[in-house]
Design a protein around this ligand. Structure first.
Ligand SMILES: [Zn+2]
Length: 424
């Protein structure tokens, strides 16, 4: 049992039993318990409350002393905040190498087409991954897993999509499963065969979609390698019709759709995602009132990826209008080597506040509670709730919880507890 006392404030406290993502005014209602304590038993949050409840000078702090005596470990969090771990519901964490050469090309003023001609883009990562062994991929991905844990992340969704052959897609998803087994992260996996059209199908996109449907999905689903099926539904990648066929096939095998939608154009990806009851539609730079109304009336979550919008120097989606319309908004990193080489959820919260005018309260809940909903782990994660998994972090001393998105590069995550265990 771990007993954390004198907590300046416990952030993101919610009653149990809430399983729907937060919308409208609820997203900004961040419940904060000041001068608090929390008890963790095994891998669970057992109980929490206010310090005043544990006694006073006159009764000699009897309950406080009893808890201290029972605990295997007592942590004094004077001046510090306790947050639920971030839930990062959109990443491409498993990849080979890195692509800073494209970063330099971009700085020198090369266009996307020129960078692609020099061997850049997703297909660059595909070739690198093909030539990297499963064990080496695990080693590289575990470094990134450790990095995001230290940023305060406790749950992560990982996509395939740098394989584009059955063998390499399976390899990527197996690596993601090993991250689940060999690190304390909670991992959900997504099959993203439709990330780009591979070179061998350059003149035959339909042929590749057929391969995804007839050869990849049946194997990946039967081996239990993915929970979700995703597609890059975008001009120059996969059409609404391609994505429709892929989702149809995925659903037959029990894979729940997610979709990369409306990043570079009004692609129709949001409409398709809602039609298929997608768990989430992600990116959404090119959206307007029509998309907001559809999403607001659906169970599909709008996952915004401000790190990619920032790195690609695009205009940010109108998150405020989405929230006002009643859309369930989540935040994620999109950690990947091409458009967001950053897995720091706190930076995403900072960007959401600065560039999309979310309040710190909205950003924090979009990055925890709604992120947990977007990967179907809300019954276990995403808030400080008795009975949920003990995934949380203790900050360094800070003046307020708003200080976390404000001081956007200060290392403030101090003590990390995942599954009730200290991560050191
Ligand atoms: Zn992505």
């Amino acid at each position: 049992m771990i007993f954390i006392k004198n907590i300046k404030a416990l952030v993101g406290v919610r009653e149990g039993g809430e399983t729907s993502p937060l919308r409208g005014a609820d997203l900004g209602n961040l419940n904060v318990l000041e001068n608090a304590w929390i008890v963790l038993t095994g891998d669970r949050i057992a109980d929490y409350g206010e310090m005043d409840e544990l006694g006073n000078e006159e009764d000699g702090w009897d309950q406080l002393l009893a808890l201290e005596n029972q605990a295997d470990r007592v942590i004094d969090a004077t001046g510090r905040f306790v947050f639920p771990s971030w839930c990062d519901s959109h990443t491409h964490l498993v990849y080979a190498g890195s692509r800073e050469r494209e970063f330099m090309d971009k700085i020198r003023g090369l266009s996307y087409q020129e960078i692609a001609r020099r061997g850049g883009g997703i297909l660059n990562s595909v070739e690198l991954l093909h030539n990297t062994s499963e064990d080496e991929l695990v080693r590289q991905a575990k470094e990134r897993a450790d990095e995001i844990i230290r940023f305060g992340t406790g749950a992560v969704e990982i996509k395939s999509g740098y394989g584009l052959t059955l063998e390499d897609e399976v390899k990527m998803l197996r690596v993601a499963r090993r991250i689940a087994e060999e690190t304390p992260l909670t991992v959900k996996t997504t099959f993203l065969g439709a990330h780009a059209v591979p070179v061998r199908y350059r003149e035959d996109r339909d042929g590749y979609v057929n391969e995804i449907i007839n050869e990849m999905i049946p194997v990946i689903a039967s081996e239990g390698l993915a929970e979700y099926v995703d597609a890059f539904c975008e001009q120059g990648f996969f059409t609404v019709e391609d994505t429709d066929r892929i989702f149809n096939a995925g659903l037959k095998y029990g894979l729940v759709p997610k979709v990369h939608a409306n990043q570079m154009s009004f692609s129709g990806g949001v409409q398709l995602g809602v039609k298929y009851g997608a768990r989430s539609v992600d990116h959404l730079e090119f959206t307007g009132p029509e998309e907001y109304a559809l999403l607001a009336a659906s169970d599909t979550i709008a996952t915004l990826l401000p790190g990619a919008t920032f790195f690609l120097e695009m205009d940010f989606p109108n998150a405020k209008a989405m929230i006002d319309a009643g859309v369930a908004v989540a935040l994620a990193t999109n950690y990947n080597p091409g458009s967001c080489p950053c897995g720091d959820m706190r930076f995403m919260a900072s960007l959401a506040c600065l560039k999309m005018k979310l309040t710190p309260e909205q950003a924090i809940q979009a990055a925890t509670f709604n992120g947990a909903c977007a990967m179907d782990v809300i019954e276990d994660l995403g808030s400080i709730t008795a009975g949920k998994r003990a995934n949380l972090f203790i900050t360094k001393p800070m003046p307020s919880y708003e200080f976390l998105p404000y001081a956007f590069t200060t290392p403030l995550v101090d003590t990390i507890i995942l599954n009730g265990q200290l991560y050191e």
